[in-house]
Design a binder for this molecule. Structure first.
Ligand code: FAD
Length: 464
């Protein structure tokens, strides 16, 4: 077998030129290697290369260039849009690049993109240090960081990219660039929010923060309009050390939830306070006072405990809309509680994340994530089982999002699915879009890295 188009390279030649693993249709590992986190993406790459080092990455980039085959780049495989697997193209799988070097004294870490948020967090915490990622341990640091990174430390320390000090980026011509605020500052700006459009990041350099115990965990409250609106008001006025994620949803049949609550609307909140126990309990008390908690699992814990073990075979099919709201008052809460029970999905949720704090102090044009003044990030989503029901759930999510829409028209790139160019532009408001396009033209003029929330290169290559 030879690889099509311009390349005359045979598979045995390719295998001998790659230190990592080349997986082809028919190989025993093929099906597992093409499976991504979300269900519903049954794509069959022509080849999957699990790279072992940066020379392998260069080889795969060159091969994609030579053949013209679509290139998918995968770190943790959690792309909402299924961008980490291609039909008929080449899948560059970075999951075996797992080196992590922590400089405890200097409070920084160099890390390769194959680590998950949970793995990095556990390793860093052995030194009582942390970098903030998202709400789920199995998400890859690769995709999460390149889109921004909004998680449990967002109000205390900002986005994940606010702790990114440097990166090694392999561009479309196979050159490995070391980027930071002084070296290729344009590229360093672009990769902090611009996703995988500019090259393959083979190493990230993060700042680490000292972190001892936190007070955190799940708090289940009944979801009435009053409680939802008051929860948001409390989260906005809480100390910055406290970040919250409120999932408003019909109660899943979780074993620790009393059976008579199953199916009833509740708030499944995750709270994380960074600091001493006494101040943490004080910051969390107003949330506990909103209503009699159904279940209260908030307690002093070690920071990595925020990422509990996950079920490896869980591959839900999901439809979602990401947006930013300026406020959630009683009437917005009523809208949320009206829509959720109308979903025919197996699960429906409105996830509410109050932003602000350290994240909001970074100027909007300092990175390619420009939503610094956005107040509340909201994701409405439904999970379902049959692909032929897609249109029904899409329509539900669209109606729901339209009913909630306020003045802020932005979108968070990491939660976009396949929603078209207008929505990608919504992720890059103001001058961000044009600036990104000019940088794209400089580093990837032929749009080799196009299987992503794509930023097409500006045609006038001298711009920017
Ligand atoms: C269950 C779940 C929970 C989530 N929670 C949060 C959250 O709390 N906060 C948040 O901010 N986001 C969250 N996300 C969104 C998540 O940040 C994105 O889906 C992200 O893209 C996943 O990164 P990954 O490496 O796992 O994904 P992948 O699918 O491997 O990568 C996604 C895309 O990023 C690009 N990419 C990845 N790695 C590289 C690299 N090394 N170099 C160049 N390009 C690369 C590629 O274009 C790739 O297609 C969540 C997603 C899921 C599924």
């Amino acid at each position: 077998m030879t690889i099509k188009n311009n390349s005359t390279l045979s598979i045995p030649e390719l295998r001998s030129s790659i230190k990592g693993q080349v997986i082809l249709p028919g190989d025993a590992e093929y099906d597992e290697a093409r499976t991504v986190f979300y269900g519903g993406f049954d794509r069959r790459p022509a080849m999957i290369v699990k790279v072992a080092d940066t020379a392998d990455v260069a080889r795969v980039i060159a091969l994609a260039r030579e053949t013209g085959l679509e290139l998918a780049v995968r770190s943790g495989g959690h792309s909402n849009a299924g961008h980490s697997v291609t039909d008929g193209g080449i899948l560059l799988d970075l999951s075996n690049l797992r080196a992590l070097n922590i400089d405890v004294e200097g409070r920084t870490a160099w890390v390769e993109p194959g680590l998950t948020a949970g793995e990095y967090t556990t390793a860093a915490f052995t030194h009582s240090l942390a970098t903030g990622f998202g709400d789920t341990g199995s998400v890859g640091i690769g995709g999460l960081t390149l889109g921004g990174g909004v998680g449990y430390l967002v109000r205390k320390f900002g986005l994940t990219i606010d702790d990114l000090l440097a990166a090694d980026v392999m561009t479309a011509d196979g050159e490995l660039l070391h980027v930071n605020s002084e070296s290729h500052p344009d590229l360093f700006w672009a990769i902090r929010g611009g996703g995988g459009n500019f090259g393959v990041v083979t190493r990230f350099h993060f700042r680490l923060h000292p972190i001892d115990s936190v007070v955190g965990g799940m708090l289940f409250l009944p979801a009435t309009p009053e409680v939802v609106a008051s929860f948001i008001a409390e989260a906005e006025s809480a100390p910055e050390a406290l970040s919250t994620i409120a999932n408003v949803m019909p109660a899943p049949p979780m074993p620790f939830l009393p059976a008579d609550y199953h199916g009833k609307l509740l708030i499944m909140a995750m709270l994380v306070y960074v600091g001493d126990v006494e101040s943490g309990e004080r910051a969390i008390a107003p949330f506990r006072a909103l209503a009699t908690p159904i279940v209260d699992m908030v307690k002093p814990m070690s920071y990595p405990e925020i990422y509990p073990p996950e079920e490896g075979m869980y591959h839900p099919i999901a439809v979602g809309r990401t947006m930013f709201l300026d406020q959630i008052d009683r009437s917005v809460a009523e809208t949320i509680l009206h829509y959720l029970p109308t979903s025919t999905g197996t699960m429906a949720v409105a996830q509410l994340r109050v932003l602000g704090g350290a994240m909001a102090r970074v100027p909007a044009d300092a990175t390619a994530f420009a939503h610094r003044s956005s107040r509340i990030m909201v994701n409405v989503a439904a999970l379902y089982e049959q692909l032929d029901e897609k249109a029904t759930h899409e329509a539900w999510v669209e109606d729901f999002a339209a009913a909630l829409q306020q003045a802020d028209q932005g979108a968070y790139v990491n939660f976009l699915s396949n929603e078209g160019e207008a929505r990608v532009r919504a992720a890059y408001p103001g001058g961000t879009w044009d600036r990104l396009r000019a940088i794209k033209a400089r580093y990837d003029p032929d749009n080799l890295f196009r299987l992503n929330q794509n930023i097409p290169p500006l045609e006038n290559r001298s711009a920017g």
